[in-house]
Design a protein around this ligand. Sequence first.
Ligand SMILES: [Fe+2]
Length: 279
Amino acid sequence: MDVARAIALRINHKRDLFDYDDLIGGDKYVTEDIPHFVTIPTTAGTGSEVGRSAIISEDSSKKKRILFSPKLMAKIVFADPLLTMELPPFITAATGMDALTHNMEAYLAKNYHPMCDGIALEGIALIADSLEIATHNPNVDSRAKMLLASLMGAVAFQKGLGIVHSLAHPLSSLLDTHHGLANAVNLPYGMQFNYEGFENRFDKMADAFGLRTKAGNRVVEYLFEMNDKLGMPTKLSEIDVKQEHIKELSDLAEADFCHPNNPKPVTREDFKTLYQKAL
Ligand SMILES: [Fe+2]
């Protein structure tokens, strides 16, 4: 869907594609009409169907570039769970963990946006209710909940994302790791980093997960267990990350666009420590 959006942008905009990168103010060049287009998601994860950007990894710099404009929002979205019924367990789990990461990071992101917060918490609850079933015994109900939670995550993360996506992006650009898988492995570690100082927010997420009241301190453990139940790895070494990758991964993570919205600041050293811990 991101590629389709880039193609739609290209029809009436002829500059070099990366000139439109939002991070260097390129959205100001999106001045012409974008042809009518609809989006039809066939996985429940990115939520790109309701997005307004095309995120493309640049070969030379290994960085994610963001082509963004409100004009890049689809005119119609067809979100039909029947189209996701045949997804194999790995793709279901990995994309589902991406959706979960969106909702959790959006909920914690430092900008003030109670509407996004509410959407994110309900997205978390829907995923807690359905991801395991959708992965191992899919039915229309679990697929529908996942599709909605994915779309809700993408709406909520207009508020911002955070440390987990900054840990995950370099794995994809450097080692070609599946985006959802990269998030799944890093999610518990990133949340562990964020917990202190944000205990109240973790308590609210624990409620959404259906854990005990005021069980924010159980969230990280719950995420490890969730990865286990979904057949996702819990260590970076299980997805071919090696000690010698950590320096470059940390450089790329520091340069990533997501962590400035993390509820607490993240340094290059923090990224290094987290990769090391997750290895
Ligand atoms: Fe994501």
